[in-house]
Every structure is written in structure tokens, then in C-alpha cells.
Design a protein around this ligand. Structure first.
Ligand SMILES: Nc1ncnc2c1ncn2[C@@H]1O[C@H](COP(=O)(O)OP(=O)(O)OP(=O)(O)O)[C@@H](O)[C@H]1O
Length: 334
């Protein structure tokens, strides 16, 4: 069981407002991910939920209980850090069981929970090893195991995969998704990585300069960004943002089109464009273009395509996937 409510959370360091009034509700069993540019306050928000930071004002409720001034150890949370934070002199088994031992849990209960968690994480063969005898991915699994055995109300993850190489990131990401399904636990997760956010989250919270820009499912954010910031932040390569007046739209200050919603033709189309650069990614081809109407434009085509720098092509946006934004950068809804 683990629900979370944040009410008007503010955090200032001196005169610097790092969190400017955050309101959020996380339901029991939900997987919620915080994303946003560097310095926007993601880690500060996570640490405030954990109790590792005191908030300047506002209320944190876990399972309906006000824990705003409750010390971290009494909040019923477990946190997994990027740096693993394992004790080097303890074995995997003792690292995983330490928190329970300190809490006075009976020995056979500790044994049973460590056994179960190590089974879930395929750590059985490594229980007698010390952290220095493990790979980075295995160490992170131990850190996750240490969180699982505590059976917390909330799991908090602070960029847990960012020290792992690309292949291991994918593998550990899948494990975390599987764990979320099997534990049905509430998870709150901070990441820089869009793919992690899009693939793991039930809902994504997009933060910018200490405030929430939008909260929604990955597909809501992708299909219906609330504003220019979210439109640009979610999706890679970034959404093209074209001044509305250049396209003869008087109401929209900006028109957004995702690179994957542009088609190219050598014969005909909407915007006559010059090819600037082509990137062959195997599964996709990214083509950077320039046209009088749009300025710089990025197109993403499925599969392999041969275009040469300086050649003239016609780019056509998919009319069903245009995003219109007003003078305040907010989405204009039809
Ligand atoms: N102890 C501190 N004292 C003063 N300012 C701080 C302190 N901790 C964080 N900050 C500032 O608060 C802001 C938010 O920091 P935070 O670490 O929460 O950002 P973040 O979104 O997690 O960034 P990143 O993605 O780079 O980790 C930053 O401007 C940072 O410089």
C-alpha cells in the first residue's frame, strides 16, 4: 500500500526558489516518473518526499498520513540511488538484510525476504560475494533488492540506471518494469532518459524551473503536449517549432510538427526544402532540411533513405498531427 500526496511543496535555498509550489497525487501502485532539464528540481523533489530535504512549506502525505516532518527512516520509503551506496565490507546477503536487521526484524524473517528478493533479481549465485566482486549491473540489482526486502510503501529511484552501459540499462529497465508488475508497488523515479520515462511510467511529471508543466501518461504527453515546453521536451529528435505567421496562421504563434510526421518527396509537397545533413541510424533516417517557410526542419523517416546534402526535396507535414500553440505558448485545443 502506498499513495502519495504533495500539497503546495516549496523549497528555497536562500533566495533561490527551487520548488515553486508542487501539487501532485500518486495513487497506490502507480509508477510515476519525474523528468525535466538539469537543475529543474527533480532530485530535490524526490529527496523532499524521502525526507532527506526539509521543505520550506507545504505538506507531504504518505497513505494519507502527514509525514512532512517525519524522519526518513519512519516514512515507510526505500530509496535506490545512482551510486548504489552498498557497504563494501558486507556480502550481498548482508547488504540486502542490513536495514531489516537494524530494525530488529527476526533472523528467519530476514532470511526469507532476502531469499525471495534475490530470487526475483537473479542474485542467488552472488549472495556470498562482496560488492567489489560484482559488475555495475549486479550492484544496482543488490541496491534494488535492499529496497524490496523492506517492503516499503513507496520506492524512490534517483537515476538508478545512469551509471550502467547501454545494454545493461535496457536489461535493468526491463527488470524494473517486471518488478513493478509483480510487486504492484508505488514507484517514483527520476531520470534524464526519455526512453526510460516513456517505457516505464504510468504517468510522467514534466518539471521546469521548479514547477510542473504537465502531468500525463506517456502517450498523452506525446500526442497532446500542453505547451511548447512539453512539446519540445518529449520526443527525440525534438518537435519542429515553426512560427505560425510564416505558415499563414494568425491565431497560432507557433506550430509544432514532430519529425516522424513529415514525409519527403522529390516530386511534390508542401515545403520546398534543401537537404542540409542526413543521419543513417539503420532503422531510421534523420534528415535535416531548410526551407523559406519553416527555417530549419527535421524529418525522421522509417528505414533507409538516400538523400544528398544540397538536393531539393519537398517536405509535407501530416495535417492530423500538427500542434498549434498560442502567444503564451499554450496548446490551442480544437
Ligand atoms: N544544497 C543546495 N544548496 C543550494 N542550492 C541547491 C542545493 N541543492 C540543489 N540546489 C539547486 O537547486 C536546483 C535544483 O537542483 P536538483 O538537483 O533538484 O535538480 P535536478 O533537476 O535533479 O538536476 P539534475 O538533472 O542536473 O540532477 C539547482 O539549481 C541546484 O543548483
Amino acid at each position: 500500500m502506498g499513495s502519495l500526496q504533495l500539497k503546495s511543496i516549496r523549497k528555497a535555498y536562500g533566495t533561490h526558489d527551487v520548488l515553486k509550489g508542487i501539487d501532485l497525487e500518486v495513487k497506490d501502485g502507480e509508477f510515476v516518473i519525474f523528468v525535466g532539464p538539469s537543475g529543474c528540481g527533480k532530485s530535490t523533489l524526490l529527496r523532499s518526499i524521502a525526507g532527506l530535504e526539509d521543505v520550506t512549506s507545504g505538506t507531504v502525505l504518505i497513505n494519507g498520513q502527514d509525514v512532512t516532518v517525519t524522519p526518513p527512516a519512519k516514512r515507510g520509503i526505500a530509496m535506490v540511488f545512482q551510486s548504489y551506496a552498498l557497504y563494501p565490507h558486507l556480502t550481498v546477503k548482508d547488504n540486502m538484510g542490513l536495514g531489516l536487521k537494524q530494525a530488529g526484524t527476526p533472523k528467519d524473517e530476514i532470511e526469507a525476504r532476502v531469499d525471495k528478493a534475490s530470487g526475483m533479481l537473479s542474485l542467488g549465485p552472488y549472495l556470498a560475494r562482496r560488492p567489489s566482486e560484482l559488475s555495475g549491473g549486479q550492484r544496482q540489482r543488490v541496491a534494488i533488492g535492499r529496497a524490496i526486502v523492506r517492503e516499503p510503501a513507496l520506492f524512490l529511484f534517483d537515476e538508478p540506471l545512469s551509471n550502467l552501459d547501454a545494454a545493461l540499462r535496457v536489461q535493468t529497465r526491463l527488470e524494473i518494469a517486471r518488478l513493478h508488475r509483480s510487486l504492484k508497488a508505488t514507484m517514483i523515479y527520476v531520470t534524464h532518459d526519455q526512453v526510460e520515462a516513456m517505457t516505464l511510467a504510468d504517468r510522467i511529471v514534466v518539471l521546469n524551473a521548479g514547477a510542473i508543466e504537465q502531468v500525463g501518461t506517456p502517450m498523452e504527453l506525446y500526442n497532446r503536449p500542453a505547451n511548447v515546453f512539453v512539446g519540445s521536451f518529449i520526443g527525440s529528435p525534438q518537435m519542429n517549432m515553426i512560427p505560425g505567421d510564416r505558415l499563414g496562421d494568425r491565431e497560432a504563434k507557433t506550430i509544432g510538427v514532430r519529425p516522424e510526421h513529415i514525409t519527403l518527396s522529390r516530386e511534390q509537397g508542401t515545403w520546398a526544402s534543401k537537404v542540409v545533413h542526413v543521419e543513417h541510424l539503420g532503422a531510421d533516417t534523420i534528415i535535416y532540411l531548410e526551407s523559406d517557410q519553416t527555417g530549419l526542419l527535421t524529418a525522421r523517416l522509417f528505414g533507409e533513405h538516400q538523400y544528398e546534402p544540397d538536393e531539393i526535396v519537398y517536405a509535407t507535414p501530416d495535417a492530423g498531427h500538427m500542434h498549434r500553440f498560442d502567444a503564451n505558448d499554450q496548446a490551442i485545443r480544437p
